[in-house]
Design a protein around this ligand. Structure first.
Ligand SMILES: Cc1cc2nc3c(=O)[nH]c(=O)nc-3n(C[C@H](O)[C@H](O)[C@H](O)COP(=O)(O)OP(=O)(O)OC[C@H]3O[C@@H](n4cnc5c(N)ncnc54)[C@H](O)[C@@H]3O)c2cc1C
Length: 684
């Protein structure tokens, strides 16, 4: 029986298509490497066998069961806006498009939250919430073309992450269909055990997200705007760090390096002159906007020529210097009540001015907000001009940010022209968003240059202690380097796959290298003998065997604290035991979603193997493996060291919610937890 006939028989009620048009439309996501092939007329080299459109969770379960039984690869598809090759089917693949599964199931006004199906399109979902007086607070630049399920699967970040956090900070519970067609529901528990972080960021390799319950906020009644020019990008990020560590939570804080700031000004002037309202701006990098590249012609030839000598171009921009380019621009937007926003903005302005900033007034920030989604859709002119562009978003603690910025910029700069901005900051670190563009005499040469640039940049990010992705995810583009960051962690994700997708049909080749882990097994350094403070990042690195009281005393001498309520736990507890018990007395993660308990950790699994997750303020490199330890009673292994967040005297305004912090563990969840524990503890 043919592939098509078998599906028709097994899934009679589910709309499906194997038409060439649909096969082309579902053959890829927006990974820019594909665009190079398209410029040569190679439009869809990886076409799926079939596309299906289920409209209920039960129908998703039928599709998953069918694929598992038949051994057919299955690729969940949201809106295809991913930029890392998360969708790359072959002729046996069933693409499962979730857009018919897009209903809002319920809205809770008392503990503001919404249960929504995975295929809901971002902008429509947010606008419907606004009409009810709420916001999700999640505004990825791709909100017009991405779905709730895609956000959860790729661990997305929105433009207002400075107040509301990333998508993982918004999830209260998840409904998923896992590898044999089982429908599971996992609730978030602030003190663990919490299985939701294992599905969030799993990029379709552990299961299909079919619905999520997400925390809501009242739509903000007011906003306060400001912009500043800093003498250098470093001075700008010092000020951002000081703001977040002083407890300020600007919903938007975006710092553009001098060249990106210059290009944004140039674009604004050009637009004013042309009286053109067309989208040509500002929230992503200038190279991706295709300045000067309106299509084939003289401009295109100039662009191609310039980009063939990226080293020189980067040197010229560096040589011109920050002063001539008029410095780095920081945009700030606070939201909430009028009074609170204005007060917080005044405090932020004082910090900026202490850091040598010149105020630019409200206009650049208002302008940015008005054009917030006018982003990289202007990539096409760059490609049409025979060049290519892409973006890379990495993250690190503040103390490593300068090294990360220089290392990645240097590595990319040998191959392509590069600029950067910072748009997601946290008390302990920040993400850097590089935009780059290059050109080569042929498409094959451009592909080679593109690959070389990426490879060099990923290696540089790893060596500088950064995470490979803050919010775009891993996909197929970064999968070969996942082991370099996560080491044994990549094997742990493989083991989770064995639990959730025993037939191995879920998006094979994505996130994890197809052939298995390439984990770099280096012996880990011993845990610190005494707590080590990273003052810049306000992180304290302590051994799992260290006692909480000992760490607290060391911090007190520096005017800092773990902010633990010692009425709820004993200072005699070790870090490992405290985490195993669910970190009782720790700050409430719902009240400041931008903060977190632990930025990184090392652990010894029950098998004796050692796991290290490097510190980062947030990451998007697969599931959050800390979930295997928080509140799990040490069943997977012992935490041997942790980078804990230290807090100063100023605390942020709490974001209130009545969502339950610790819903009871249902029997079905407990059974999945047991399966996860026994798979993870034996990884070696
Ligand atoms: C112009 C532009 C701007 C962008 N800006 C941002 C930004 O500001 N912030 C940001 O975080 N990202 C951004 N992105 C990247 C992208 O939009 C995000 O990764 C988004 O979360 C993907 O959503 P999607 O619905 O399009 O998912 P898709 O691209 O369809 O899928 C992404 C991955 O998740 C899997 N997947 C999708 N849905 C499900 C599901 N229901 N269950 C399980 N797996 C699933 C897919 O198999 C794939 O591996 C941008 C992209 C573009 C093109």
């Amino acid at each position: 029986m043919s592939f098509e006939a078998a599906i028709a028989r097994a899934l009679p009620g589910i709309p499906r298509s194997a038409s060439p048009v649909d096969q082309i439309a579902y053959a890829r996501d927006l990974w820019p490497r594909h665009h190079l092939a398209v410029t040569e007329g190679r439009i869809a080299e990886h076409r799926p066998g079939m596309i299906v459109w289920p409209s209920s969770t039960e129908e998703v379960a039928q599709v998953v069961r069918f694929c598992a039984d038949e051994g057919l690869p299955l690729v969940p598809f949201g809106a295809g806006s991913g930029v890392c090759g998360g969708v790359l089917p072959d002729e046996r693949t069933v693409v499962l498009d979730l857009k018919r599964l897009s209903r809002r199931r319920s809205l809770d006004r008392e503990a503001p939250s919404v249960e929504v199906e995975a295929g809901a399109l971002g902008i429509r979902f947010e606008e419907e919430l606004n009409a009810e007086g709420f916001t999700l607070g999640h505004f990825p630049s791709s909100i017009l073309c991405s779905t709730v399920g895609g956000w959860v699967a790729a661990r997305s970040a929105g433009q207002c992450s400075g107040l509301y956090g990333k998508i993982e900070d918004m999830v209260a519970s998840l409904e998923c269909v896992v590898g044999r067609g089982e429908i599971v529901r996992f609730d978030r528990r602030a003190r663990g055990p919490d299985l939701t972080p294992l599905l969030i960021g799993s990029e379709g390799v552990l299961g299909v997200v079919t619905a999520a319950t997400l925390r809501l906020h009242p739509a903000p009644p007011a906003r306060a705007f400001a912009a500043f020019s800093f003498p250098s990008v470093e001075a700008g990020w010092d000020a951002m760090r000081a703001m977040f560590q002083a407890g300020l939570r600007p919903a938007v804080s975006r710092l553009y390096d001098p060249f990106d700031s210059f290009m944004a000004r140039l674009g604004a002037v050009r637009r004013q002159r042309a009286h053109a309202g067309a989208a040509d701006d500002s929230s992503e990098g200038a190279a991706a906007r295709g300045h000067g590249a309106r299509g084939p012609g003289a401009g295109a030839a100039v662009l191609r020529g310039l980009l063939r000598a990226p080293g020189l171009l980067n040197q010229i921009v560096d040589g011109v210097g920050s002063r001539v380019l008029r410095g780095a621009t920081l945009i700030l937007i606070f939201e909430g009540t009028a009074r609170a926003s204005a007060d917080d903005l005044a405090r932020a302005a004082a910090i900026a001015e202490r850091g040598g900033a010149r105020p630019l007034g409200e206009e650049p920030a208002r302008h940015w907000l008005a054009h917030r989604y006018s982003v990289s859709y202007r990539q096409a002119p760059v490609f049409m001009a025979g060049a290519f562009s892409d973006t890379m978003e990495v993250a690190a603690p503040w103390s490593r940010l300068d090294g990360l910025y220089r290392a990645v910029r240097g590595a990319l700069g040998r191959h392509v022209f590069v600029m950067a901005h910072l748009s997601h900051a946290y008390p302990d670190g920040c993400s850097i968003y590089f935009t780059f563009a290059g050109s080569a005499p042929s498409v094959a040469a451009a592909e080679a240059k593109y690959d070389a640039a990426w490879r060099a940049a990923l290696d540089a990010a790893i060596d500088a202690g950064g995470t490979l992705s803050h919010h775009h995810g891993v996909g197929r583009s970064k999968a070969p380097r996942l082991g370099a960051e996560l080491g044994l962690g990549a094997d742990v994700i493989h083991a989770l796959r064995g639990v959730f997708d025993p037939a191995g049909v879920m998006n094979p080749g994505n996130l994890l290298p197809r052939e298995g882990s390439s984990a770099a097994r280096r012996p880990l350094p011993p845990p610190p003998a005494a707590p080590v403070l990273d003052g810049d990042s306000m992180l304290v690195h302590a051994a799992g065997a260290a006692r909480l009281g000992e760490i607290e005393r060391a911090l007190e001498q520096r005017g800092l604290t773990l902010a633990i309520d010692f009425g709820a736990t004993s200072p005699e507890l070790t870090v490992d035991a405290w985490i195993a018990a669910g970190a009782p007395g720790a700050p409430d993660p719902w009240s400041d979603p931008v903060d977190h308990l632990v930025a990184g950790f090392t652990a010894r699994l029950a098998s004796g193997a050692e796991l290290a997750v490097r510190p980062a303020p947030r990451r998007a490199v697969g599931p959050d493996l800390f979930a295997l330890f928080l509140g799990v009673g040490g069943r997977v292994g012992a935490v041997t060291s942790a980078h804990l967040r230290a807090h100063g005297a100023s605390r942020p305004r709490a974001l209130p919610t009545a969502l339950p912090r610790q819903p009871s563990l249902r029997d079905d969840e407990a059974a999945w937890l047991d399966a996860v524990v026994s798979a993870a503890r034996d990884v070696r």
